[in-house]
Design a protein around this ligand. Structure first.
Ligand SMILES: NC(=O)c1ccc[n+]([C@@H]2O[C@H](COP(=O)([O-])OP(=O)(O)OC[C@H]3O[C@@H](n4cnc5c(N)ncnc54)[C@H](OP(=O)(O)O)[C@@H]3O)[C@@H](O)[C@H]2O)c1
Length: 271
């Protein structure tokens, strides 16, 4: 989501290639991540979408790389921003992802849900049909409740749930546990930003997080990320960054081993 922020698209291309060099195997994107500044020129044709930058930087994709994308939100047929709800609208978004990423089958498609009170059965069944056709390998869900996960599981396997979660943003504790019990990957977004959400990481961090970070010779942002990874073997990390320095720090955070006492101190942190 952060790749299209810098007006110079070469920065995103460098970040993506460096990520793969550092061993990153999971890149999260969406058909609806695009440059607010308009067309980006990477030298071999214009790009506007994160998926196009990913193709430019990483295609042909290595065997070990998984690209997760999302459908749901987007510009609909009436030209307005909305939520794809029909099988036809979802298919169009899947096709856009296939075209812009330059692949014949998408590794993982998350259905991103906006009106969280709704049933998702019809939309998930439409994606399951596309999976059966061979257009998608794995299906996931994003921004969902446990009842919606249950609905989806009655239709097709769910590989992952991508919900917001951070040590000071804990409303998905139950989803984290349920995913662990059912062998489903839990993929938290806003692990670094926390309650700041879309506005990004705060330079000022809680004193407890800073103290744990100092003990590990790490930054508070690295500790935030490490904390999510300590919540279970089934938890993945998708820190968003447009910076090569932050990328390297985030990868290094995977090696931080928090102690029982670090974890109990961090458990008490609230927004
Ligand atoms: N499913 C959904 O609805 C949904 C919603 C939001 C996001 N997402 C996905 O989840 C990913 C993560 O979410 P996010 O990017 O909003 O939040 P995040 O990863 O929690 O935080 C990103 C923010 O932290 C900064 N940052 C990253 N690494 C840092 C570091 N090591 N030190 C200091 N600051 C650092 C980034 O700025 P710099 O660019 O300057 O590093 C950016 O401001 C997104 O990129 C997107 O792929 C999904």
């Amino acid at each position: 989501m952060r790749l299209t922020v810098d007006p110079d698209p070469h920065v995103a291309v460098r970040v993506l290639r460096r990520a793969v060099d550092l061993g990153v195997e999971h890149v999260d994107t969406a058909a609806f991540y695009f440059s607010p500044g308009g067309i980006l020129d990477v030298g071999d044709g214009p790009a506007r979408y994160a998926t196009e930058l990913i193709r430019r930087a990483l295609s042909p994709y290595g065997e070990r790389l998984l690209i997760a994308t999302k459908v749901g939100p987007g510009i609909l047929a009436d030209g307005r921003w909305g939520e794809a709800r029909t099988a036809g609208e979802l298919r169009k978004q899947v096709e856009e992802n296939l075209r812009r990423l330059g692949v014949e089958r998408l590794d993982l498609v998350n259905l991103r849900v906006f009106r969280s009170a709704d049933s998702i059965a019809e939309r998930f069944a439409a994606l399951a049909d596309m999976r059966a056709e061979g257009l998608i390998r794995h299906l996931g869900l994003s921004a969902v409740r446990v009842e919606q996960l249950d609905e989806a599981l009655a239709i097709a396997p769910v590989a992952c749930v991508q919900n917001s979660y951070a040590l000071d943003l804990r409303h998905n504790d139950e989803m984290l546990r349920v995913c662990g019990e059912r062998g489903i990957a839990f993929v938290p977004f806003f692990a670094i930003a926390g309650p700041g959400k879309e506005s990004g990481a705060s330079a000022e961090q809680n004193a407890v997080i800073e103290a744990v970070a100092a003990r590990h010779g790490a930054t508070a942002h690295q500790v935030r990320l490490a904390w999510t990874l300590h919540q279970g073997e089934h938890v993945l990390a998708i820190p968003g960054t447009g910076s090569e320095r932050h990328l390297a720090e985030n990868v290094a955070a995977g090696a931080i081993r928090l102690t029982e006492s670090d974890l109990s101190e961090l458990f008490a942190v609230r927004p």
